[in-house]
Design a protein around this ligand. Structure first.
Ligand SMILES: [Zn+2]
Length: 227
């Protein structure tokens, strides 16, 4: 009978996770006896990380950061749509309450979400979500179409999609007003390479992007923008 075997397998896989959790707790206590007292006391992370939900890109692990050091939001293809209450709430809370100093958008090569957006297919509920990536393609159509090799074009769209998410973050009132008052947060665009594990900094010129965005999207009266 196949069914009981499958059930046993599922139970075993969850047991494994609880065992891992206990090992993790004891290793943390060994290194720092007050580790969980500190975690319970509150959080004050310097970073907000917005990345892809892809299981191969674990935020804390690739940055070598501990629990409590980074506020994390993940969704398919690290998008920051203007009307998405989830990501907008995360940005608002991280900037206005946690007062993070850096916001990082981290995409990754071989992103299935970006690949799907390049595929001519009806993907149901994913259509409106992935439409944001098709819009990025349309904005950079000339540059992308000039890249003859398909994989290189796909990689470049992944980078441009990260840049677009950075701009969408810079368009928020929370970021513009906090930067005007405090000179932070700074927004960064990175891409994680699954092939070698390295993070690539796309070197977003935050000041220049902010000035550019504020020509049209200024939500911070009295800022340096002339418009
Ligand atoms: Zn992805």
């Amino acid at each position: 009978m196949a069914k009981p075997n499958i059930n046993r397998y599922l139970r075993q896989s969850l047991d494994h996770i609880f065992q891992n959790n206990k090992k993790w707790v004891s290793s943390k206590k060994q290194t720092d006896a007050s580790f969980f007292d500190k975690l319970s006391a509150g959080q004050s992370p310097d970073y907000l990380y917005i990345g892809c939900s892809d299981s191969r890109v674990p935020a804390n692990e690739i940055m070598g950061l501990e629990a409590g050091e980074v506020f994390v939001h993940r969704n398919i293809a690290n998008l920051v749509p203007n009307v998405d209450l989830n990501v907008m709430s995360v940005i608002n809370y991280a900037v206005r309450h946690l007062k993070v100093k850096h916001i990082i958008v981290c995409g990754h090569y071989n992103c299935g979400g970006v690949k799907a957006a390049l595929t001519p297919a009806d993907l149901g509920l994913l259509n409106p979500w992935l439409r944001n990536i098709r819009d990025v393609y349309r904005l950079h159509e000339k540059e992308l179409d000039a890249i003859p090799e398909e994989h290189a074009r796909y990689n470049r769209l992944i980078e441009l999609n990260v840049m677009e998410s950075c701009r969408n973050i810079i368009k928020t009132a929370a970021v513009q007003q906090s930067y005007q008052e405090n000179q932070y947060p700074i927004v960064h665009g990175w891409v994680f390479d699954l092939g070698d594990g390295l993070l690539k900094d796309l070197k977003v010129d935050f000041e220049a992007e902010l000035a550019n965005v504020q020509k049209i999207y200024c939500l911070s009266p009295g800022s340096n923008s002339e418009h």
